[in-house]
Design a protein around this ligand. Structure first.
Ligand code: FEO
Ligand code: CA
Ligand code: CA
Length: 642
């Protein structure tokens, strides 16, 4: 597709191209209903969200703004980069003075016995088992001794691209299924920086592929429960594989957390009369899978043959990236749902708190609080094995509460059952149905937490899959919400284990060039920084919030002028948002981690050219097959990124 954008147009101005597609109750005093009502007018929104933001600014400046750290790099300024314009180019665009390069792409071999990615065949089962998986998502860089180890989720596969040579655009043969399963899971690989270029260290003893077939230990309250027993594992203690790992988490004791999201789409039933239980329906299990065809070669994925297998997915998986022989652990204590990411903070009392989103329309926001406490330099390996699970209820007047899920509050028989049928438990206590909770990010410089609520076309229109109503209001203020918003909460007394919090909206995405009402977005959204569908969310050490999008890239209609998916930097003190990067066509930007010196930022480019229609050939260009990739971004003067 031809490019119609000049380089001059690339910086500072929005490029539109058709045809391409903390305790602060004193601040939050607004009545719940009035807040929602005001949010429905742009003027009203200014007086709620931005008024709250400005108040937070005053508090922030007098308390915890990390000015000294930033000053060392930026003369005290939060941002020094020039914003990047929206565009529909098939490449990565970063600000002037920054550069990027590819670290690894789908199919790149991790061992010298593997073969280079074959654009003609798009790989085999054998080549894929020795290579980086597809659709990289959440990731984290670990320092182990003098080595740099990158752990990366390979969420799912781009069927239309991976199987673009098959007429059905789906797996057909046994080897297709082998390849498909091998392209899922987690990739662990050593990376090194040589002359400013990061690359994978082939044959490193740390390199490892964890796939849909790798053994996992089931831990926590649900371990050994009848609902987890299968013919392969009659004790319900060892499951096989992890798949659809979306966002991630990391722990202060050096482990990686992979988060199982849309696990349901891999199950099918060969027996059409198999009756899907209400519990499975709540999680979206159907008679047909989403085209993966795994039941062709593996009875685990045939519901009528192995009806408990689907209860063994939908968890947080803890992996030790420093020990390639360590068995990954499914942490059932953190609940079973469509996990987005796992944002872990150590509370002042040393309990470990993990914030968790369930990404589906009208589902919930959770937190886990560990029973045992974190000990610096102690053995923390089983902290995620037991604790309390809570779900969020957003209340009137910008206040909220974490509701504990217990047999008493939920009416369920046991903690194990709560950990397996978590969505049903949360419905039973009357949690707030949300606009698809994606990543949660905790500010390292302040006691506050943010969650991307990506969008929800059903808001105010349809209940969630459990029949819970989805009324317009609170942190979900717009009916048929196509743009999304970011909610922020401050735990009472700055205590992450507290059951009370206050909240506000940090931003409502929108399009002020198309709409004049609430769909224009909040006052910190304008024609040159607008975006839709915030998804990935992470703070860097200096307290800058990075926002990644997985939205509509049509660049038309409601989305005109927003271009391809992108990454923006936000100042939590002032609310300012600046676009830092735009990705190639039909991609999603997801996954972010930094080198220890913060001089390299690693960012994930997922599913470029996802429609399989030749719109993208990222990263190689020409007639090459588009491949999900990790890129490294550096500043040309060797400075801190941002
Ligand atoms: Fe895999 Fe909710 O994104
Ligand atoms: Ca996501
Ligand atoms: Ca998303």
């Amino acid at each position: 597709m031809k490019q119609e954008i000049s380089n001059d147009q690339m910086v500072g101005t929005a490029v539109t191209e058709k045809n391409h597609q903390e305790n602060h109750q004193e601040i939050v005093t607004t009545d719940f209903d009035a807040l929602a009502e005001k949010a429905m007018s742009r003027r009203g929104f200014l007086s709620t969200c931005v008024g709250i933001g400005a108040g937070a600014f005053v508090m922030g400046m007098s308390s915890s703004f990390p000015m000294s750290a930033l000053a060392a790099h930026h003369g005290g300024k939060r941002f020094t980069f020039e914003p990047v314009a929206a565009n529909t180019l098939d490449t990565v665009i970063v600000p002037k003075g920054y550069s990027w390069h590819v670290v690894s792409s789908w199919g790149d071999p991790l061992w010298s016995k593997g073969v280079a990615f074959d654009h003609a065949t798009r790989g085999t089962g054998e080549s894929q088992e020795l290579a980086f998986g597809d659709n990289n998502d959440g990731m984290a860089l670990f320092t182990v001794g003098d080595k740099q180890i990158l752990a990366v989720n390979n969420e799912y596969v781009n069927l239309k691209v991976m199987f673009g040579n098959n007429e059905s655009l789906k797996p057909v043969t046994e080897d297709d299924v082998r390849k498909c399963k091998a392209a899922h899971g987690v990739t662990i690989m050593e990376v090194t920086n040589s002359g400013g270029q990061w690359s994978v260290v082939k044959d490193s003893s740390y390199n490892r592929r964890i796939t849909a077939d790798s053994p996992m230990e089931i831990t926590g309250p649900a371990r050994g429960h009848d609902l987890l027993k299968t013919s392969e594992d009659p004790e319900g203690i060892i499951s096989k594989g992890t798949w659809n790992n979306c966002g991630n988490g990391r722990t202060p004791w050096g482990t990686y957390l992979a988060c199982e999201e849309n696990f349901n789409g891999y199950f099918s039933s060969s027996d059409e009369s198999y009756e899907i239980s209400p519990e499975f329906k709540r999680y979206g299990i159907k008679h047909k899978d989403r085209g993966y065809g795994w039941s062709m070669t593996d009875d685990r994925f045939d519901m009528s043959k192995e009806p408990n297998e689907a209860n063994r997915a939908g968890y947080i998986v803890e992996i030790d990236p420093a020990d390639p022989t360590a068995t990954p652990k499914k942490r059932t204590a953190l609940g079973r749902f469509k996990h987005e990411n796992a944002e872990l903070v150590v509370a002042d009392n040393n309990c470990v708190v993990v914030y968790l989103g369930d990404d589906e329309r009208g589902e919930f926001l959770y937190k886990f609080v560990s029973k045992k406490r974190y000990k610096k330099n102690g053995n923390n390996s089983n902290l995620l094995e037991d604790g309390d699970l809570y779900v969020a209820k957003f209340e009137d007047g910008g206040k909220g509460e974490w509701l504990k899920l217990t047999p008493k509050t939920t009416g369920m028989k046991s903690k194990a059952e709560i950990c397996i049928h978590t969505r049903l438990a949360a419905s039973a206590v009357g949690a707030t149905t949300m606009d698809r909770p994606e990543w949660v990010a905790a500010n390292p410089t302040k006691k506050e937490v943010y969650c991307a609520l990506t969008n929800n076309k059903n808001r105010g229109k349809k209940p969630n899959a459990g029949g819970d109503e989805t009324p317009v209001g609170g942190p979900n203020p717009r009916e048929v919400n196509n743009y999304g918003q970011i909610v922020r909460w401050i735990p009472a007394r700055g205590d992450h284990t507290s059951t009370k919090f206050t909240w506000d909206l940090f931003v409502m995405a929108g399009n002020p060039t198309v709409h004049k009402d609430a769909y224009a977005g909040s006052a910190n959204v304008n024609a040159s920084n607008m975006f839709n569908s915030p998804d990935g969310l992470a703070f860097d050490k200096h307290g800058t919030l990075w926002i990644q999008t997985d939205g509509k890239y049509s660049n038309e209609g409601d989305f005109e002028g927003q271009g391809n998916n992108q990454m923006l930097a936000a100042d939590p003190e002032t609310g300012e948002i600046r676009r830092f990067m735009v990705g190639p066509r039909e991609c999603e930007i997801t996954g972010i981690t930094w080198s220890e010196d913060l001089k390299t930022m690693f960012v994930g480019i997922q599913h470029p050219g996802e429609k399989g229609k030749g719109e993208s050939s990222f990263p190689e260009g020409g007639n090459s097959v588009p491949r999900s990739s990790i890129v490294a971004i550096t500043k040309d003067d060797g400075g801190y990124i941002g």
